[in-house]
Design a protein around this ligand. Structure first.
Ligand SMILES: [Mg+2]
Length: 384
């Protein structure tokens, strides 16, 4: 079997661009992948086109060798854009190989270790009363792990950290009191705080209020997480932006985080994700995969989640006020993962178990989109 084409499809579906990639072969089999850069999709499309130049004619079943060649085929290796492109190609190659062998992708990764994939869901309101109501709806529907967001809206394009720390901490404390001791509760700060701000936030809550703190600070400096660890006892959930095993290296080896927010569509696909999972297992760090994209990402992450031993919860996107409504573009994704209560079943169909109407997909267009460019009240730039 030989690769005959690799086609990038950056298209706006629902509320965001999805950067899909189709790999075709001379035997009529094809596979789908998705990349997770979440912006700058034209750059990922360009990277896919570069890789296409030397991958046509290659055996698509030699996935590990293709990964090495794509990663090491330029003088300056790696980086988030190139790894997002490699991730999509790697996922598509697993889809092809599974279809060729007549097995679901999790069989290529060692076979399933669980029958269903537990997920965590997020509240959408930043206001305590509504946040608690939404969490109660999620718990009634079966969720046992829930993520909050800070008391903040980006409508004014202003984020002043100290204005949100105390109110968010109060909301979390009220949430814990209202929801009970057993539910797992966490919060995602989206890399918006400094070490001192993150410490202040944690210190305003009794120990045990939160079970995980997601991305309180940016990730470039692992030493900053070491410093923050000395100031709080809340477990850290980080890593969705890491674009190779080497970015995970200091975090895993120095014991800096407890939950691994790996993103299959950023880290380098399933090939790289399985290496990170094994390495994490040796350090008793559980996988808590990032899954904010489309159904191809969700499907790939379900297969990964099925096949690893050290697993916590897969992120799922549901609207607490309309739990199973408004699914992702049913006319484009004819077959896609569907939640059953708070879990995903593990598919038995060959490959990823995704079916896409390519004509419907190509009717969708790419849209230029910018994440909100936030500023502090003094006019300086801060993270979204
Ligand atoms: Mg996050």
């Amino acid at each position: 079997m030989k690769i005959t084409d690799i086609k990038p499809f950056p298209v706006w579906i629902g509320h965001r661009n999805q950067m899909l990639v189709k790999v075709e072969t001379d035997e009529g089999l094809f596979g789908w992948g998705e990349s997770g850069l979440s912006g700058r999709e034209k750059a990922v499309q360009g990277a896919v086109e570069h890789f296409r130049e030397f991958l046509i004619g290659r055996d698509p079943t030699l996935i590990g060798a293709i990964w090495q060649e794509v990663y090491r085929s330029q003088y300056f290796e790696g980086g988030r854009v190139l790894q997002a492109a490699l991730s999509a190609i790697d996922i598509a190659l697993h889809d092809i190989k599974g279809k060729a062998l007549g097995v679901p992708v999790h069989q290529l990764l060692g076979g399933k270790q669980r029958e269903v994939i537990p997920t965590f869901a997020s509240t959408s309101s930043a206001k305590a009363d509504t946040m608690i109501e939404q969490a109660q709806k999620l718990m009634a529907a079966g969720w046992t792990a829930i993520r909050f967001f800070p008391d903040f809206t980006d409508e004014g394009r202003i984020f002043e950290p100290r204005e949100h720390i105390a109110s968010t901490a109060r909301a979390c404390v009220r949430g814990r009191e209202a929801l009970g001791d057993e539910v797992v509760l966490g919060i995602d700060w989206h890399h918006r705080l400094s070490v001192a701000e993150a410490a202040s936030f944690c210190q305003k809550m009794p120990s045990g209020t939160l079970d995980f703190l997601e991305e309180p600070i940016r990730d470039e400096t692992p030493e900053a997480y070491e410093q923050l660890r000395r100031l709080t006892d809340v477990p850290f959930a980080i890593g969705e932006e890491f674009a190779s095993k080497w970015q995970f290296l200091p975090y895993i080896e120095r014991g800096l985080h407890e939950f691994n927010r790996i993103d299959i569509c950023n880290v380098g696909g399933l090939t790289e994700a399985m290496k990170v999972a094994g390495w994490s297992e040796a350090h008793y760090v559980d996988m808590m995969p990032h899954n904010p994209l489309g159904p191809v990402c969700t499907a790939a992450t379900i297969h990964f989640s099925a096949a690893v031993a050290n697993f916590a919860w897969l992120e799922t996107r549901v609207n607490p006020d309309d739990l199973y409504g408004g699914g992702a573009a049913d006319d484009v994704f004819l077959q896609q993962p569907r939640l059953e209560g708070a879990v995903y079943p593990v598919p038995d169909t060959p490959g990823l178990g995704i079916e896409i109407d390519e004509a419907a997909l190509t009717r969708e267009a790419f849209r230029f989109w910018e994440a909100p460019h936030l500023r502090r009240r003094d006019g300086s730039v801060t993270n979204w």
